[in-house]
Write a protein of this length. Sequence first.
Length: 421
Amino acid sequence: MPVIRVLDRITRQTQRLGHMKRLIKRVSSTPSSNLDNIGNDLVNAVSRKVRTTLSDEKYKYIRIRLSDKAYKTIKEQANQWNDGKTDIELQMELQDLYLADPALPSQTGKLVQEDWRRYPFFGISLGFVREGTFSINTRGQTLLHLVSQNDELEFQAFQEFLPEHNPFRIHKMQRLLFLYSLLENDGEVFIPLLRQLAQQGSEIFSERDAGAFLPEIYQKVIARHRVRLQSVEMRERLLTLEKSAESIAKQRVQEKYEGGGAREEASRPRLEPYVDVGMFTKPEPMKYDYALSIFGLEWAKLMSSVETSDDIADFLNRLFFKTAAQAWGEENAAALPLDEIIPGLQSAWKAISSSNGYAQIEEIALLTGIKALVNKNKVIEIATAREALIAYQKANPYAVRFTVDRLGALAHAKFIDDTNR
């Protein structure tokens, strides 16, 4: 039965994908946790106060983004610095120092204490954290590996200000992992939204403009899934989606209203994370206006026939890395022969296997494909990697063990060296 690839509990989601680095580091340190533990840890970490001197970049950020009355003192100090250009030391939150970095594609996404309970659910929705136990999933292990191999200081940067290791910067391998996860879990909404926005070309649009497309997209998703017998949980999700579509449609006809609402809450998680991965750009990083990048326009074109949940599954299995290579302009990225894929799969398995020695085949293949494209400019699709693994096991029956899921499909793999046979 096809799954519904629509984000769940989108209210007050984290905007910056970099927050996920702290979240998975926290949940990886214990076999189980709770919402209070990881939610408060995330907010407390980024809200840590740091003494700093001002610069033009920090002054601009304070002036534009710290508009709440709670920041009256810091704004006054910043204005004094700007008037006299004298050195002033003040205290800023760690997240503000990182968001003030003009090299970031988006400088919004500050977390607030009162919403600590809601922030972890983005990691759950994207498959990085298990719901219930709030422990790390294999997808989270993959992110943990990609951050660690790039620079452990990205984790340390949540404990002290390390401007050269800003954790809100998303590097190329991390971008591929996040993009795959976003499409896998919200593709039924994001892909048609991307196509709608692409019809405007490079025209600038707001989050309200993007949100205006969502009611009709939601209704198509609902109609597509309601023709099948559904579980109680799935029926409840469709009902929630229907209510959201109605709320956005009502708000859409209002000419003017202050602040945000259902339209912004639904569109922002479909825009801000994709700025981090390069689909969208922001003419002004501290505001909520957007344009499609060349990368995003190319993805919209290459996913023109992807619509249903099954379409998305097939696309991710067979065309994800080829599409990424084309969209990045990597014209020379060639498919790797089957017999050359196994060393990459073995390396990925070592990086993310669990304590029992097994790892999900999809996750091994995903990590292998990410590293092959970024490091070697080679394309290894997940379906191809699975075929290579099965062929290798047939030729070497004692070198790999498999587990199967309840439907009898191969699910996990474990490489066996001579010492473990």
